[in-house]
Write a protein that binds this ligand. Structure first.
Ligand code: PMP
Length: 445
């Protein structure tokens, strides 16, 4: 349900204030949209000039605590001094050779040291590409075609994976309005997250036809944790049926010590990586897995190439980033994430507003809803109108969370930033209360 906040005084006042403080952004938007056809679902609220630590500064000079961190790439925050120093040093040695250098080996070794599933590593250019290669590996290894995937997951934008939220793949029959080939859909089995019985059922129904089950550690948009033993259950079912388990850790990989597969104590056959493992100075993707499966690369069985693969800046920045992610760093990330989750939930309870705060580790998300969010259906019942207003009010108060999406904390977020964030949450909820009382009284406690 979407409350029509746009006609309400509270929204209009907040929007006027936002427009008054973001005049340069508006000018940039006009120029931007004349040449770049930004899709409606990805509209940027403002344009950025620079970032330092956990703060981003926009083209009007507004400073905001950044909880997007380039979609979770910048775990160390913006322009981390060590990363900048090493990248700067290496720039002097040239941009890229597309011949291996020592950093490529060192980063792969570091990944393998940290993640039990990463016996060997092969690079890709993006997370999307890593997923595509992982699916190929699984199909070659098992000589089967079907892939099981979950309705809440995001695995990039290739033809063969589901893309939640924007296009309703469940409803697509023979024609795909998003331009993908129907063959991708043909070999995909799409099922709800967090339901092991359905996993068992489709595996039984498609005996000897499923190459892999690809799964994300948590529900993507919502950052909702899986039910207990969900991943262990998938691991058991896949092992029993000679199906590969692909754990898509493009988002989560370096957010947990040992990856999220370390957190859930499982060893998937293949792990896909991206984002923060490349440190943010160039695009990055990687496939890691058991030596037996990864040997398929050496045998030349997997079609896998790319000009900008293993870009030196990603190797240098990624290696430096991983080395900064020590045990105390993880403790800090996790406790800051928890403080924000608990703080938002407390502020909502004190304001008598029904809110579900989700998340795990350094991730968090906020839903205006009257029920537990643990699957896609529940996520879709949340009030996105109220969330839009909440986002806008926070942006005006120096806190940036991406519209209707989960957020993450970076290492430079300290107590003072958490306090500022929670104060902004408290004030924003207070602003919203009259509107909620009027339009969604069922969301008042
Ligand atoms: N898989 C997951 C789990 C992701 O979070 C993403 C990116 N959000 C991708 C794949 C695609 O990665 P990229 O944007 O680098 O192509």
């Amino acid at each position: 349900m979407d409350t029509p906040v746009k006609n309400h005084k509270v929204y209009n006042v907040a929007l006027d204030e936002f427009n008054r403080r973001n005049k340069n952004s508006e000018k940039v938007r006009e120029r931007f949209s004349r040449i770049i056809p930004e899709p409606y679902y990805h509209k940027h609220p403002f344009y950025v000039k620079s970032g330092k630590g956990c703060i981003i500064i926009d083209v009007d000079g507004n400073e905001r605590i950044d909880y997007l961190n380039a979609w979770s790439v910048l775990i160390l925050g913006h322009a981390h001094p060590k990363v900048v120093k090493l990248v700067r040093n290496e720039i002097e040695n040239g941009a890229t050779y597309r011949l291996p250098d020592i950093y490529e080996i060192e980063l792969a070794e570091e990944i393998s040291r940290r993640m039990s599933a990463a016996e060997m590593v092969e690079y890709a250019t993006t997370g999307t590409e890593a997923v595509q290669i992982a699916l190929r590996l699984a199909r070659i290894h098992t000589r089967r075609k079907k892939i099981v995937m979950f309705d809440t997951s995001y695995h990039g934008v290739s033809d063969s994976v589901y893309f939640p939220g924007t296009f309703d793949w469940e409803k697509i029959g023979t024609e795909d309005p998003s331009g993908r080939l129907e063959e991708g859909r043909k070999y995909a089995i799409l099922i709800p997250y967090n339901d092991l019985e359905i996993v068992e059922k489709v595996v039984k129904e498609n005996k000897n036809e499923i190459a892999a089950i690809i799964v994300e550690p948590f529900l993507h948009i919502g950052a909702v944790p899986p039910k207990e033993n969900f991943h262990k259950g998938i691991r058991e079912i896949t092992a029993k049926n000679d199906i590969l388990m692909i754990f898509d850790e493009v988002l989560t990989g370096p957010r947990f010590r040992g990856g999220a597969h370390g957190l859930y104590n499982i060893k998937p056959d293949i792990v896909t990586l991206g984002k923060a493992v490349g440190g943010g100075y160039a695009n990055f993707g990687a496939v890691a897995g058991s030596s037996e499966i990864m040997e398929l690369f050496r045998k030349g069985k997997v079609l896998s190439m790319g000009t900008f693969r293993a870009h030196r800046m990603a190797m240098v920045a990624g290696l430096t980033t991983l080395k900064e992610l020590t045990s105390p760093a993880y403790d800090h990330l996790n406790s800051t994430g928890r403080a924000i989750r608990e703080g938002i939930q407390k502020a909502a309870t004190e304001a008598d507003i029904k809110v579900q705060v989700t998340g795990i580790g350094s991730f968090f998300n906020v839903f205006f809803i009257d029920q537990k969010v643990d699957n896609l259906k529940a996520e879709r019942k949340a009030d996105m109108g109220l969330r839009r207003l909440f986002d806008l009010l926070l942006w005006n108060r120096g806190v940036f969370i991406f519209p209707s999406h989960h957020s993450n904390v970076s290492l430079p977020v300290r107590d003072e930033h958490v306090k500022l964030t929670l104060k902004a949450v408290e004030q924003s909820l207070a602003d919203m209360k009259p509107l909620i009382e009027e339009l969604r009284p069922d969301l008042i406690l």
